[in-house]
Design a protein around this ligand. Structure first.
Ligand code: NAP
Length: 249
């Protein structure tokens, strides 16, 4: 029996992914800080799908918790790890709250890298998948979100490079980048919480629903491509090869 581990599954895209992957007969391990929300999702999914759902509450902005989380899932065989937990922050750099910013880097970058590395060490020789959630902001610069888009550039470059390493060594594990455009979730509210000048969500134009994004994620999971990205101009989703130019050793 194998499981899909999804971080940031208490709301938004991660929650919708949990429902989608369960509907596709994946057993789940779902994690986030809000334990009650996770328990509700477990109850709801197990009532309608023939799958097992394990819940683990964990604050991944604390480095040692990433190690603790991985230790807790060691007893489960994983078919996929989806590193989805993350948040943004809308501020000009001079208005940024530094502790909030460093916590964001710890969550979006540090914990994601620790979990990805531990997973890769264990699963590189297996038909397993690592899907790391970046953003279209991982391929574009954006005023008011310098640090956030930089964390997402990190996720994109890191995951594309890992995909290159796995391919060059003929290893079966796959590493993939999901790059959503605007999605209706708690993301904008969270990003606005510490903003000196709150961003009106309509600035971003059209939004996908979290359920649409979960369907796109599953499309990426089933494909042989490295990147699943939304085109900001027309909001279409496509899977494709790596986007960053590759430096081949
Ligand atoms: N929505 C968008 O427009 C958009 C666009 C591009 C990329 N993304 C990316 O998509 C991912 C999911 O975001 P979302 O849009 O679904 O937003 P969301 O509704 O705010 O969900 C964020 C998830 O991350 C979890 N999380 C936040 N801080 C955490 C922490 N310290 N430790 C553990 N888990 C934590 C939250 O759970 P708890 O609060 O319970 O911990 C929640 O489950 C993020 O990586 C985001 O950067 C979103």
């Amino acid at each position: 029996m194998s499981y899909t581990l999804i971080t940031g599954a208490s709301s938004g895209i991660g929650k919708a992914m949990a429902y989608k992957f369960a509907a596709e007969e994946h057993n789940l391990i779902i994690t986030a800080r809000r334990l009650e929300a996770l328990k509700e999702i477990k109850k709801d999914i197990e009532a309608k799908d023939e799958v097992k759902v394990e819940v683990i509450d964990c604050d991944l902005s604390v480095e040692e918790n990433a190690y603790k989380l991985y230790e807790k899932v060691k007893g489960f065989e994983l078919n996929a790890l989806i590193n989805n937990a993350g948040y943004g922050n809308f501020n000009f750099l001079w208005d940024v709250d530094l502790p909030h910013m460093t916590k964001m880097i710890d969550l979006n970058v540090k914990s994601l890298s620790i979990l990805s590395t531990l997973f890769t060490k264990d699963y590189k020789d297996k038909e397993a998948q690592l899907i790391n959630v970046s953003s279209i902001g991982g391929y574009y610069s954006m005023a008011t979100a310098a640090t956030y888009v930089a964390t997402k550039f990190y996720v994109a470059a890191y995951t594309e490079s890992l995909a290159q390493e796995l391919k060059a060594n003929n290893l079966p594990m796959k590493a993939k980048v999901l790059a959503p455009g605007p999605v209706e979730t708690e993301f904008v509210d969270v990003a606005n919480q510490t903003a000196a000048n709150k961003i009106d969500p309509s600035t971003f134009g059209t939004f996908h629903t979290a359920e649409q994004m979960a369907d796109f994620t599953y499309q990426l999971y089933k494909s042989d491509d490295v990147v699943g990205i939304v085109n900001f101009a027309d909001m279409t989703f496509t899977t494709r090869g790596a986007i960053h130019p590759a430096f081949n050793l």
